[in-house]
Design a protein around this ligand. Sequence first.
Ligand SMILES: Nc1ncnc2c1ncn2[C@@H]1O[C@H](COP(=O)(O)OP(=O)(O)OP(=O)(O)O)[C@@H](O)[C@H]1O
Ligand SMILES: [Mg+2]
Length: 251
Amino acid sequence: MLKEVIATRYITPLREGGSLPGLVEADDFGTYVLKFTGAGQGRKTLVAEVVCGELARRLGFRVPRLATVELDPVLGLGEPEQQVQELLRSSGGTNLGMDFLSGALGFDPLAFTVSPEEAGRIVWFDALVNNVDRSWRNPNLLMWHGELWLIDHGATMIWHHNWPGAAAFAARPYDASDHALHSFAPDVAAAAAALAPLVTEELLAEVTAEIPDAWLTGEPGLDTPDDLRRAYAHELFARAAVIHERIEGVK
Ligand SMILES: Nc1ncnc2c1ncn2[C@@H]1O[C@H](COP(=O)(O)OP(=O)(O)OP(=O)(O)O)[C@@H](O)[C@H]1O
Ligand SMILES: [Mg+2]
């Protein structure tokens, strides 16, 4: 289970994020980056964050710790900005929080070096979950205490927007030519050999169990939250074994 906290104070919006994530304080005295259920991209973005974040963590990547954050829309009343107020008002209930890495720098491929091994692992993982949001324009990688951290997995697993076509979609290749780590000679073959065997049905069941039930509703043909969890696990399991053969744009 993800840690559960209650938001006690809205601090400020994070301007860089397209979905207007905010910084909040919670009842455990932690500071969290909050992704709102009421944001335009909807609950599927939050599901993707949980599935990818928790899978990545179990595969040995550095990912900020995730938590569910209960939000009382009353917190928005004092907000001067209408956009923020509306976001808070429409996001009552369970939202997603991640540990705020204070002082982290956005990754710049021209300013930092990444080994072919680490680059390969990240490219392979992004191919597995079909992450289209790790380009050099918008790397969604942070440097914190001298190490690389993965953030922002909201734009992944595009097949979850159309479950009847999911199998066909998941079989498509992954184009890595635009990837933020493309220039670091990513050793995808080594990454696949090390990581693919770890992506077992047991591991995926553990990962998908972390998704809050509240976000797993309203999907025709997948009537219970567990049906949906199995659907997520199924596509990733099938993809893990073969995706390295379908990564395009890296040597
Ligand atoms: N855990 C974190 N610790 C520190 N800073 C963070 C964290 N998460 C996000 N940020 C900062 O906030 C920005 C926006 O976050 P994120 O990329 O997750 O939001 P988004 O709305 O999905 O963005 P995008 O515009 O890429 O779709 C990041 O680029 C980063 O600068
Ligand atoms: Mg981002």
